[in-house]
Design a protein around this ligand. Structure first.
Ligand SMILES: CC(C)(COP(=O)(O)OP(=O)(O)OC[C@H]1O[C@@H](n2cnc3c(N)ncnc32)[C@H](O)[C@@H]1OP(=O)(O)O)[C@@H](O)C(=O)NCCC(=O)NCCS
Length: 179
């Protein structure tokens, strides 16, 4: 970590909002907005939050399952609100909430989806580097931190189980080859 990097940073310092007016070139075959367009913008917003929090480059390590609750229609204004929910040694969970204003009505904003991404801060050689610890400011930030810890433990457990399963399969194949 560079000497100018703080050891901690409040959630509020790097929170980011982006709004996008959807257009015809964002549409899928059904005429609603392509999920990939939303996912690209989610990754971009999360990337900016991660870079600002960590004071340098950060790469997307993973993106959790993302459930689209309602379709976005062409012309709707989509809002992305991202913040650091949790920090580890070199990784950060960034949460992005996606809402939309319908282009043809003045109702309440609709909740489109929520996404959780893990970014890893990297140095010039692409190796993980330490990040400042995030300091939650509000009760909502503290709730997000607690829930991010639950997701982190599930990700690690899944990764460990998959590696163990592959190692077990490799051992079985080696045993059958020998037999
Ligand atoms: C992300 C990357 C830098 C991690 O490198 P690595 O050698 O596996 O690093 P480590 O095992 O030391 O893990 C570093 C951190 O990343 C976390 N991490 C690694 N893989 C992860 C995954 N799949 N999901 C969540 N976290 C992950 C580790 O838990 C660790 O966190 P911590 O430092 O906060 O404890 C490396 O896998 C990479 O460069 N991936 C490609 C990223 C990329 O190019 N993204 C854009 C896609 S085009």
């Amino acid at each position: 970590m560079s000497s100018s990097s703080p050891s901690s940073r409040p959630t509020s310092e790097t929170r980011l909002s982006l709004s996008h007016i959807t257009a015809q070139n964002d549409a899928n075959l059904l005429g609603t907005v392509h999920g990939g367009v939303i996912m690209t913008l989610v990754d971009s917003v999360a990337g900016v939050v991660a870079a600002r929090h960590s004071g340098g480059p950060a790469v997307t390590a993973s993106m959790d399952e993302m459930v689209f609750l309602v379709p976005v229609r062409v012309g709707d204004v989509v809002h992305f609100s991202g913040q650091v929910n949790w920090t580890g040694r070199s990784s950060m969970e960034i949460g992005v909430r996606i809402t939309a204003d319908r282009w043809d009505s003045v109702g309440p904003q609709v909740h489109v989806a929520s996404a959780y991404l893990v970014f890893v801060a990297v140095d010039e050689d692409g190796q993980p580097r330490e990040v400042p610890q995030v300091v939650p400011v509000t009760d909502e930030d503290r709730r997000r931190l607690r829930e991010a810890e639950i997701r982190r433990s599930h990700r690690l457990a899944r990764r460990t189980a998959i590696i163990a399963s592959r190692e077990e399969s490799a051992r079985e194949e080696a045993f059958q080859d020998e037999a």
